[in-house]
Design a protein around this ligand. Structure first.
Ligand code: MEV
Length: 436
């Protein structure tokens, strides 16, 4: 039976665990053991993790894998990926190797503009508001100087602030719509601090402005937008159609035809587009997570971008022209390689070092490539062998672990399933036969 508690956050970690296990678990000892076996024996490291969030009771592990052989703009990368789904890293590695032999990936950052908004209500005339905005705009920059000074010294800062009339959507609703360049930082704290400074100046300075007929400016909220269609990166692969000749069961031309049909279907059919893009995000999220970036922000922004024309559509596109197959992705990615977790989490630091300490722009390209590679691998399987063959092969280990297979049993069964179709039932049967 669940019960409420007050002052939980003030309890010590062990008291929090006591409360959790006594409230929710019949076998308290076992629950405690499970929680504690994920504690790090290095107390400093554990404390670091405890302090990332509130009410930490243990760590939640994800495997960190690597996909080698990614040739991006002529440089070789081994890409770190934090993900639990069994086939993703294998698929990325396979796609990387495939394109390594065909010139690799090309990537470019198209733009790096980020956005934030002060949302406010005002009931007077727009012309007067506009005049006040034009009058106060320089002051918005000046008052935010303590926040922007360092960023400006490095070449970034506030790019512009506009007044937007949203009165037609909600009566009396307006925005200060600001654009930012945050260089190697994801910039969420920088942008939000600037916006709160704008809001404060905009609200308080109105008292000293005689011409505004209605001084009642009501700030609703100030917050960055995770929709960043002007923080855009493009990655592509291309080769002669005849060079797509890996699979003896299908000709390169037939493969390309099917592949392009699969992409077209994802361009026009939202049910398919969502799954298609989920495959893209398998690659993107895994690298975003491994490099300490905010995958929820990336997810939200990318899916909004996928619907920008009014219908949810594919993030990737493909063409054949003059015998050349081309496959590409264009996505918005607001990433950072300084600040946040990047200097704090030891595995994030390690991942960034493995990637040669990239700038945010370089990381945008690497992440976009990981998404494109993942989608290529998925479409290649889907349009040839079907997805289950590879998936179930990778899932075999999960089923073996579920049935507590010993190391020896694993060796025998992995060998067995090299030539037999993996299904849940077939694996269970094979384990039972072996144990008989
Ligand atoms: C599974 O995680 C991802 C796929 O469903 C993607 C796709 O269908 O393109 C295989």
């Amino acid at each position: 039976m669940s019960k409420s508690i007050s002052g939980f956050s003030k309890l010590s970690k062990s008291k929090k665990i006591d409360w959790i296990v006594s409230t929710y678990f019949s076998n308290r000892k076992e629950a405690k053991t499970v929680l504690k076996q994920y504690w790090n024996t290095n107390e400093k490291l554990q404390q670091l993790h405890d302090e990332f969030i509130e009410n930490t009771i243990t760590n939640f592990y994800l495997p960190l894998g690597v996909a080698p052989n990614f040739l991006i703009n002529k440089h070789l990368f081994t890409i770190p990926m934090a993900i639990e789904e069994s086939s993703v890293v294998a698929a990325a590695s396979k796609a990387a190797k495939f394109w390594l032999d065909r010139g690799g990936f090309k990537a470019e950052v198209i733009s790096t503009k980020k956005i934030g908004q002060v949302h406010f209500m005002y009931s007077g005339g727009f012309d007067t508001l506009k005049a006040y905005f034009n009058h106060i705009k320089p002051q918005l920059f000046v008052n935010a100087k303590p926040i922007t000074k360092n960023m400006e010294n490095r070449g970034g800062g506030i790019l512009d602030i506009e007044l937007i009339d949203k009165n037609h959507d909600i009566p009396n609703y307006y925005q200060l719509h600001a654009t930012f360049e945050t260089l190697d930082a994801m910039g969420a704290n920088f942008i939000n601090s600037c916006l709160e400074s704008f809001a404060n100046t905009f609200k308080t300075e109105v008292e000293n402005y005689d011409d505004l007929e209605n001084t009642n400016i009501d700030i609703v909220m100030s917050i960055l937008s995770n929709y960043v269609p002007e923080c855009l990166v493009r990655a592509e692969v291309s080769c002669k159609v005849e060079d797509l000749n890996e699979d003896a069961n299908i000709s390169p031309q037939d493969f390309v035809n099917k592949f392009i049909q699969a992409v077209r279907i994802a361009e026009v059919e939202p049910y398919r587009a969502v799954t298609h893009n989920k495959g893209v995000m398998n690659g993107i999220d895994a690298v975003v997570l491994a490099t300490g970036n905010d995958f929820r922000a990336v997810e939200a922004g990318v899916h909004a971008f996928a619907s920008r024309n009014g219908s949810y559509s594919s993030l990737t596109h493909a063409s054949v022209e003059d015998g050349i197959f081309k496959f590409w992705i264009e996505i918005p990615l607001a990433l950072g390689t300084v600040g946040g977790l990047t200097g704090l989490h030891p595995l994030v630091k390690l991942s960034l070092e493995m990637l040669n300490k990239p700038s945010a722009k370089e990381l945008m390209m690497i992440v976009a490539v990981a998404g494109l590679a993942q989608n290529f691998a998925a479409l290649r399987s889907l349009t040839t062998t079907g997805i289950q063959q590879g998936h179930m092969k990778m899932h075999l280990m999960n089923i073996l672990n579920q049935y507590h297979a010993s190391d020896n049993e694993k060796i025998v069964l992995i060998e067995h399933f090299k030539t037999n179709v993996v299904t849940h039932n077939a694996v269970v049967e094979a384990i039972e036969n072996l144990r008989r």
